[in-house]
Design a binder for this molecule. Structure first.
Ligand code: NAD
Length: 504
């Protein structure tokens, strides 16, 4: 690897071309054994960016082999030195944050100012945060018997297999790699075939600061590459972020091998707005919570909004006006608020839900599809995967629109008359990832905090996942948590109990 290849490169197209159809295995950029078959398109223009690796079983085997060879050495590095290396990775990635932001905007279509630059900043922060937690990998002493010294040790699990999606690839990878490495594990990450280059660049850069084989990254599709990683006999722990269907496959593979698994899956997150809420703040929270800037492609998107009937119309008007004022266009343009959908497949899926909703509106008098913002007019983006955000009103919580995860810029506003009615609708979902309630009544807020069936509950705000806050879902939204010290200890270490009989 030449030194110049490791300098910040603000030409994302050149960077993607240079990375090409390769993996990072055993410390080096490695051509794919599985071939070069996965074209990655710029979703704003549908122009080919570059072909990515189509990793298969041979690539997985090479990466897991490298991680296995590196495991013993990395586990024996002093915990604080591992932490320093991971923190240094954060500092290095911060130096490269603009190039990573540009690369992310190019391959995902997420707007540079509102999304991609923010994600690149959080990426670095996650490494710095976890690096500082190395000294917390402590055990405890247990008063078992006076003459038996009894204590626990935190030990690494071994080689971790991590599978990530495309919607926030830098962040979601960091939430797995940083704690796994600090805890003394080595790791093989399988990147999404739809957004491989940003994370490939991160892996390439981090090799400067880590021993070879500690962090490997392969690119490939789910059924071929992801399934091979899940099934690999030398993987001691699986961690997956993505859809419920693929998560089930990973869980089955983990069950077959009897290895622990963390699953961060989908959501259909409710937002309850009580009559006494600050309407302006709640409307702004709805826009942020629904992640319109990311075309709604967020697992915690507030895709079901339950609003007290007395303020329903004013709320809808305020949210529509705010989204109307947002600029949709070139993800690379600083003036853009909303970029594109990631892929043609996802675009078609979102459009099918919008068509479904429009059909329901035609059948239900009073129901309406409020399409907001405006498609870009620049002919350069005529083929781009832009979708006007749609806010449906007048449709029930029993429709497919309310039950299924759309993962696009589509939300519903549903009126309620009583708090109990709102709570019942909020909990009437197979998912349980995020939930918010907006009210000035502390008693109502605390009641909702206890009764909302979700892993991440907020009152009077709709913020995103943050380092130090345990994050994860209940019900079909997943198993286990990420992003905190507690999650690092629970998911990337095992506790060994030791008894030393000191009787003389
Ligand atoms: P996806 O399930 O299609 O793909 C996710 C990853 O799994 C990709 O790398 C894919 O190649 C791989 N994969 C697919 N099938 C596989 C299989 N059989 N075995 C192993 N790996 C397989 O999901 P997506 O479309 O990339 O992402 C969107 C989904 O991710 C949404 O459901 C969203 O809610 C969820 N998500 C959840 C969180 C969270 O923290 N809970 C965060 C982001 C996204």
């Amino acid at each position: 690897m030449t030194t110049s290849a490791l300098q910040p490169n603000l030409d994302p197209q050149a960077l993607a071309t240079a990375l090409g159809a390769r993996h990072v295995i055993d410390g080096v950029l490695t051509p794919s054994r599985g071939g070069q078959g996965l074209p990655v398109f710029n979703p704003a223009t549908l122009a080919l960016i570059a072909n990515a690796a189509a990793g298969g079983a041979a690539d997985v085997d090479a990466a897991v082999g490298a991680a296995k060879r590196a495991a013993k050495g990395w586990a024996s590095v002093k915990a604080r030195d591992r932490g320093k290396a991971v923190s240094a990775c954060g500092a290095l990635l911060a130096q490269h944050s603009e190039e990573l932001a540009l690369l992310t905007a190019l391959e995902t279509g997420k707007a540079i100012r509102t999304e991609s630059r923010v994600e690149a900043g959080v990426l670095a922060d996650v490494f710095v945060y976890f690096g500082g937690l190395a000294s917390e990998l402590t055990g405890e002493t247990i008063p078992f018997a006076p003459d038996v010294l009894t204590f626990t040790l935190r030990e690494p699990v071994g080689v971790v297999g991590a599978i990530i999606p495309w919607n926030a690839p830098l962040l979601l990878m960091a939430l797995k790699v940083a704690p796994a490495l600090v805890a003394g594990n080595t790791i093989v990450v399988k990147a999404s075939e739809e957004a491989p280059f940003g994370v490939l660049r991160v892996a390439q850069l981090m090799q400067q600061l880590l021993p070879a084989g500690v962090f490997n990254l392969i690119v490939g599709d789910g059924p071929g590459c992801g399934a091979a990683l899940s099934a690999h006999p030398d993987i001691a722990k699986l961690t997956f972020t993505g859809s419920v269907g693929a998560g089930r496959s990973v869980y089955l593979a983990a069950a077959e091998k009897l290895v622990p698994v963390t699953l961060e899956l989908g959501g259909k997150s409710p937002m309850i707005v009580m009559a006494d809420a600050d309407l302006a703040k709640a409307a702004a929270g709805a826009v942020g919570g629904m992640r319109f800037t990311r075309q709604g492609q967020s697992c915690t998107a507030a895709s079901r909004m339950f609003v007290h009937r007395s303020i329903h119309d004013a709320f809808v008007e305020a949210v529509c006006a705010a989204v109307d004022a947002m600029v949709m266009g070139d993800p690379m343009d600083e003036a853009t608020d909303i970029g594109t959908i990631i892929s043609q497949r996802q675009f078609d899926r979102v459009q099918s839900y919008i068509a479904l909703g429009q059909g329901l509106c035609a059948e239900n008098p009073g129901a309406k599809a409020h399409a907001c913002s405006a498609l870009p007019t620049d002919p350069a983006f005529a083929k781009g995967l832009f979708v006007r955000p749609v806010i449906f009103t007048g449709l029930g919580n029993d429709t497919r629109l309310a039950k299924e995860e759309i993962f696009g810029p589509v939300t519903m506003v549903i009126p309620f008359d009583t708090y109990e009615e709102a709570l019942a609708m909020a909990n009437d979902s197979e998912y349980g990832l995020g939930a918010t309630i907006w009210t000035r009544d502390l008693g109502v807020a605390m009641d909702a905090v206890h009764r909302l069936e979700a892993g991440f509950v907020q009152v009077n705000q709709n913020t995103v996942v943050q380092p130090m806050l345990s994050y994860g879902g209940v019900k079909t939204s997943g198993l286990g948590k990420e992003a905190s010290l507690a999650s690092m200890l629970a998911h990337y270490t095992h506790k060994k109990t030791v008894l030393i009989n000191m009787a003389r």
